[in-house]
Design a protein around this ligand. Sequence first.
Ligand SMILES: Nc1ncnc2c1ncn2[C@@H]1O[C@H](COP(=O)(O)OP(=O)(O)OP(=O)(O)O)[C@@H](O)[C@H]1O
Ligand SMILES: [Mg+2]
Length: 165
Amino acid sequence: MHSKESSVQYKFIARSRQDTARLAAALAEVVTPGTVIALDGDLGAGKTTFSKAFAKHLGVHGVVNSPTFTLIKEYEGRMPFYHMDVYRISLEEAEELGLDEYFYGEGVSLVEWASIIPELLPEAHLQLFIEVTGPEERQIRIIGYGEPYETWCRNLKENGVLSNE
Ligand SMILES: Nc1ncnc2c1ncn2[C@@H]1O[C@H](COP(=O)(O)OP(=O)(O)OP(=O)(O)O)[C@@H](O)[C@H]1O
Ligand SMILES: [Mg+2]
């Protein structure tokens, strides 16, 4: 068991959409089947922008839209990509969706507004918080809960992609 309190927090400053896309690309390079990424941040922070870049670098062709109304969209890239947005639903409704099938499936799950459903996320996951710090600037805080996420974060720090808080 890992403790949430002791988890190391990393930081990425994006000064443009392209920077946000660069972080998404770096993560898309290391993910494996069964990866779960929780994305949070205010309306318009850049969650879907991040997701689109992530999908592209995962090898998904075609248009990736916000799944706000569809809740879950499935794409095929180097591995399946499950794009979810739980903004419009309650925890109770989310429980009915059978998300475990995705979280423990063969693809990468990326959940926008994951903080609405903390109880439904696997304990091990990668958390990203996007904060608006300027018209084009975003501060993205990243925490890896459990393995392999903690190792990925440490490696991205060593590669100069992430910095310490
Ligand atoms: N550095 C940046 N990173 C990401 N998005 C940026 C950045 N700078 C500006 N933007 C703009 O901010 C907006 C982010 O919108 P996006 O739909 O990605 O947000 P969201 O977090 O998914 O919002 P919602 O919760 O409403 O779905 C886009 O218009 C994007 O172009
Ligand atoms: Mg969105």
